[in-house]
Design a protein around this ligand. Structure first.
Ligand code: NAP
Length: 413
């Protein structure tokens, strides 16, 4: 059975901040396979500054961003922070947490010591001129992802956050489930609701890549709750069935097609015709599983390089491909004829703002969206969880790490 950190170090009394804490650290000399990149070490506990909160972490969520952090590419997060003036030669990752407010910095009024909270991962400088001028904070130049671009994430006994990151923990959820959904769920929520007039509407067809994954599992449920018709893309029957349980009308097995990757040069007639054949047969399969000849008004994208040409092709006239990642690569080559002649939109989207996180959290609190917690790992298995994710061998849905919580079912303290 998993050993939680409070069994290792003991849970201090509420509000008492120990000088040191246990954390899973990445160091540059360990960059590479996540299995060996993370290691348990003892470090000084960070203290909350003005506007910040120290949270005793009960559970932490697992996301793809700390696969990238462990690999040290495409961004060396430690070097980037040192360049910006920070001294630590390590990274404490973890961009999802459930926990207990343990100490608050000056000026914090939205939470108090003892509150049970979930942290979202958007941080920014409130004095950023973009924000002061009324701009969306998550678009501002100072916006960062806590526990990836910033240090002191949730793979530790304590995490330091900005107070606006905290929302109430849905009371029905275990600590582990409460740590599993926010990063992917709020990202999916913004992608599907944040880009009017392409905010998801009743009866819209929504094509969801990686439907059984972290983002996809949340996107299917959000689309369904808004009255839309999600169609999932997956690799394999078990994943397809999982998507149906979450509310997908049908699913497409991407392994039945082989036209993936960068679109061939349009001047190469034979290669282009072959690609078009693949894209058309994918579109035909979509109509087949949907049960009618209608194209998706929204395509929910994140694989990127491999799939973006197909996404742009199957998207309906006047529809939107909304993308938040390029897991398979960043080379977005599309046939522009489909973009302008059919007046489609290719929209970038990145995490979410406070209002979107709060609105999504309420959907979870109302049981409209399930966090899809799959496997819960022990604290010393942070590397294992990320290694499975890197190899696309992780379970469907979202994973969590027990930090202060004793088991996956613990709801209270
Ligand atoms: P995940 O749980 O691993 O799910 C991704 C899914 O993509 C997999 O389940 C897999 O499903 C599918 N996939 C894998 N290779 C594929 C390929 N070659 N072609 C098509 N589909 C493929 O990961 P996630 O948490 O959903 O995150 C996905 C990506 O989004 C990551 O790169 C992550 O960093 C990024 N992300 C960005 C933001 C943001 O705010 N910008 C937020 C969250 C996540 P099948 O094998 O079943 O198709």
């Amino acid at each position: 059975m998993a050993t939680a950190v409070n069994e290792l170090g003991g849970m201090p009394s509420l509000g008492e901040v120990p000088e040191q804490m246990v954390a899973q650290l990445i160091r540059p000399e360990r960059y590479g396979d996540p299995l060996s990149a993370f290691k348990e070490e003892t470090v000084a506990t960070p203290l909350p500054r003005a506007g910040e909160v120290l949270v005793y972490v009960m559970a932490a969520g697992v996301n793809y961003n700390n696969v990238w952090a462990a690999l040290g590419r495409p961004v060396d997060v430690i070097a980037a922070r040192q360049k910006a003036g920070e001294s630590e030669a390590f990274h404490i990752g973890g961009s999802d947490a459930s926990g207990i407010v343990w100490a608050v910095g000056e000026g914090v009024s939205n939470v108090k010591v003892g509150d049970h909270v979930v942290a979202h991962c958007g941080v920014w400088d409130p004095a950023d001129p973009w924000i002061v001028d009324g701009g969306d904070p998550i678009v501002s130049p100072s916006a960062r992802i806590w526990g990836y671009e910033t240090n002191w994430g949730s793979f530790a006994q304590f995490t330091r956050v900005q107070s606006h990151q905290l929302v109430p923990k849905p009371t029905q959820l275990s600590w582990a489930a409460a740590a599993a959904y926010m990063l992917v769920g709020a990202t999916a929520y913004r992608m599907l609701t944040g880009w009017p007039p392409h905010d998801v509407q009743e009866n819209d067809v929504v094509l969801v890549w990686g439907g059984s994954g972290g983002l996809g599992s949340q996107a299917i449920q959000i689309a369904k709750a808004k009255g839309a018709i999600p169609i999932a893309v997956t690799s394999g029957e078990e994943r397809g069935r999982y998507c149906m349980k979450l509310g997908a009308r049908g699913w497409i097995d991407r392994r039945d097609f082989n036209h993936w990757g960068i679109i061939p040069d349009w001047r190469d007639d034979a290669a282009f015709a072959e690609w078009l054949k693949g894209a058309r047969s994918f579109g035909a399969r979509l109509w087949e599983v949907l049960g009618e000849r209608r194209n998706p008004r929204i395509v929910f994208e994140h694989p990127g390089e491999s799939t973006i040409p197909t996404s742009m092709f199957v998207c309906d006239n006047g529809g939107m491909v909304v993308i938040c990642a390029g897991t398979t690569g960043y080379h977005a080559a599309v046939d522009l004829r489909y973009l302008w002649m059919r007046q489609k939109r290719l929209q970038g989207s990145h995490f979410a703002n406070d209002e979107q996180c709060a609105a999504f959290n309420e959907m979870v609190a109302r049981d409209e969206v399930d966090p899809c917690l799959s496997r819960t790992f022990a604290f010393d298995e942070v590397g294992l969880a990320h290694s499975l994710m890197h190899e696309n061998k992780h379970p469907m849905g979202n994973m969590a790490i027990l930090v202060g919580a004793r088991d996956a079912d613990q709801v209270d303290v």
